[in-house]
Design a protein around this ligand. Structure first.
Ligand code: SF4
Length: 168
């Protein structure tokens, strides 16, 4: 069974083609833009944070800022344009922790550049959706052909832009 991480869950909610390319090991960037973005913004916006919070790795997913006392995941993002994908990424982290018996966890999405924060919890309906999403993510990752382009404005900011639009 292919391992799914928070990045797979995020990409699934952004673009199935992006998920497929990433899952096939095709990268157009150094490492993951998501991991880089979260760490870099987190470290520059909250320089003392690494002393207060714990970095945990669970089932291949790395959570940079976890407060074990208050059971809060802090996920730092640059903009709220992909807010729904951000929410499902952190809900997936909460779900992963629950699978390990750690219950009562919530997440806070932080957008320091916008001076905004958003609380995210995991409802029973969300849990069912995550199970359905995992099933669908596995299907996409295992398919032989690349899913179609989404043809959205987001493509301009995507690291796969040159690959997807090379023939245009
Ligand atoms: S450029 Fe657009 S279609 Fe291609 S992977 Fe990125 S988001 Fe998907």
């Amino acid at each position: 069974m292919l391992q799914i991480t928070g990045i797979h869950m995020h990409y699934y909610h952004v673009c199935h083609r992006k998920l497929w390319l990433f899952a096939k090991g095709i990268t157009m960037e150094h490492g993951s833009d998501l991991v880089y973005e979260g760490r870099w913004i987190g470290e520059t916006s909250y320089p003392d944070r690494s002393e207060k919070y714990t970095e945990i790795e669970i089932a291949g997913s790395k959570i940079d800022f976890y407060d074990p006392k208050r059971k809060i995941i802090h996920e730092v993002k640059k903009s709220d344009k992909m807010e729904e994908a951000h929410e499902w990424q952190v809900r997936y982290y909460i779900w992963l922790l629950k699978q390990q018996g750690i219950v009562g966890v919530e997440a806070i999405l932080e957008y320091p550049k916008l001076r905004q924060r958003k609380q995210v919890i995991l409802s029973p309906d969300d849990e069912q959706k995550i199970l359905d999403d995992i099933h669908h993510i596995h299907q996409i990752m295992q398919q032989d052909s690349c899913p179609p382009r989404i043809e959205r404005k987001y493509c301009l900011n995507c690291s796969y832009f040159d690959l997807c639009y090379v023939e245009d």
